[in-house]
Design a protein around this ligand. Structure first.
Ligand code: HAM
Length: 451
């Protein structure tokens, strides 16, 4: 039983998808298919393995990984107690879950780096707007077990290739990178930041309410506040790159060289700090050219202490998450066409009960050969069945009447040409496969697993 069920709304008002969530309708699916296909292809090209984790996890996992003083943990998590009394959270990001799975399944024993990719729905209680939802979907990769800056470059290059493979022109994207140091050098930077902001607040007046709170709890985030007045102060703040220890500085310089070697242009963005606490050294974002800083399509970075914080051995790692909705929005804004499925549908029309049985049987045979086929059920007249075939965009109609049954033939109608021909029923599948460019099951080789 659902506890404390609220009063049911009047059915006349109907139900709506919860605020900040969206239905992905059949007409949108071509975009989703397009992006997922390219994400899978690029992951395979870089030799990443697919991993899937549960939609919800122990709430403490995200508090530990994302960080107690982050917006996500403070304000945005969907956390609930289940009937067994466990405190669970709908996944507010992918990395914590992947690291938990990495440790739980002993992946540390595998040859490193362990390269993983995933698709997952992500839940954050945010203020909804274009490109920002309470349920969104991410494609992400995590490369676990290497501290080499070349690994950061590989992950960035994979993200870049994904976006260009989907059709977004590279000149419509910008890559921002920064280094926020490690546990050794960051404390000095944080001290300098606090000092600077305190002095500025005395002189300029206090920052926004979030910044005032962050000054003590999470000063790094003062750098990426979206309020205009706070941004002006952050613009002149000390830069993290000025406080890097020699190892972090070397890592950052190497990354810049590797990106140059890969032909990837980037801008050094000292205001880029990212909103999750686990990052060390490299942080990066890919943003659409000419839009607000909020609209990163890809965000990621290195997280060299996270696995240790979750109870594992010291294990450096780097990865990114890309919002599928944001990739699709950018494709649509830029009016980039995605391939539409070829019209291949065959609709079977019938005249009478026996031909209807024949149509059901034949549709089944065609589907077994890989031909999309539908019987025009629920319509009696041939006219309305053919009208239906036209409306659903059928390429061919097959008409079966008593005469066709007697002669073991069918009438094949090309819908666009309005031309008909009679062909033996045993040849229909072969003829259609040839005309629709489908490999029949006789010719087809064993399909590759798509799991
Ligand atoms: P994130 O920057 O929070 O990073 O999210 C990654 C991407 O998810 C963003 O760049 C954006 O495209 C998309 N995204 C985030 N929030 C929303 C939202 N409310 N609505 C629509 N899209 C959104 C992470 O989640 C890290 N786990 C990335 C990572 C992986 N870092 C290392 N490994």
């Amino acid at each position: 039983m659902i506890p404390k069920m609220p009063k049911l709304p009047s059915i006349r008002r109907g139900f709506k998808a919860p605020r900040g969530t969206r239905d992905i309708l059949p007409e949108d699916q071509q975009y989703w298919h397009h992006v997922r296909k390219h994400a899978t292809d690029v992951s395979r090209r870089y030799n990443y393995q697919r991993i899937d984790t549960p939609v919800f996890e122990d709430a403490a996992l995200f508090v530990r990984s994302v960080g107690e003083d982050t917006d996500i943990v403070e304000k945005e998590m969907y956390t609930f107690e289940d009937k067994g009394g466990s405190l669970l959270t709908l996944r507010p990001e992918g990395t914590g879950s992947i690291c938990r799975a990495y440790l739980e399944h002993g992946m540390g024993n595998l040859t490193k780096p362990v390269r993983l990719y995933y698709f997952c729905p992500v839940f954050r209680y945010e203020r909804p707007q274009a490109g920002r939802y309470r349920q969104h979907h991410q494609f992400g990769v995590e490369a676990i077990g290497s501290a080499d800056a070349a690994m950061d470059a590989e992950v960035i290059s994979l993200a870049w290739d994904l976006l260009s493979d989907t059709g977004i022109p590279p000149d419509k994207l910008t890559l921002h990178i920064n280094s926020i140091g490690c546990l050794q050098c960051r404390p000095a930077y944080i001290t300098a930041l606090k000092k600077y902001f305190k002095e500025e607040y005395e002189y300029e007046g206090p920052g926004c309410r979030d910044c005032q709170r962050r000054l003590e709890l999470n000063p790094l985030r003062l750098m990426d506040c979206k309020e205009e007045a706070c941004q002006k102060i952050a613009d002149l703040a000390p830069k993290s790159t000025e406080y890097l220890c020699p190892e972090c500085e070397d890592h950052h310089t190497k990354l810049q060289h590797y990106l140059e070697a890969l032909g990837l242009s980037f801008s050094d963005d000292y205001r880029l700090v990212r909103g999750l606490d686990y990052y060390t050294r490299t942080v990066f974002e890919i943003r659409p050219w000419k839009t607000t800083a909020q609209s990163a399509i890809v965000g990621g970075g290195r997280y060299d202490y996270l696995i240790e914080q979750l109870g594992g051995p010291p294990t450096p790692a780097v990865g990114f998450g890309a919002g599928l909705e944001r990739i699709i929005l950018n494709l649509q804004w830029l009016q980039i066409d995605v391939p539409k499925p070829e019209p291949r549908l065959v609709v079977l029309a019938y005249l009478g009960e026996r031909p209807k049985e024949g149509a059901l049987w034949l549709a089944d045979q065609l589907r077994k050969e890989g031909i999309p086929a539908e019987v025009a059920v629920g319509r009696d007249s041939l006219r309305s069945q053919l009208r239906y075939a036209n409306t659903v965009g059928a390429k061919y109609a097959i008409i079966i009447g008593d005469e066709e049954i007697e002669t073991n033939t069918v009438t094949l109608r090309d819908m666009a040409e309005s031309q008909q021909e009679r062909i033996p029923v045993l040849e229909v599948a072969q003829v259609l496969c040839a005309r629709l460019g489908i490999e029949s099951s006789d010719q087809a080789e064993q399909p590759e697993s798509t799991a």
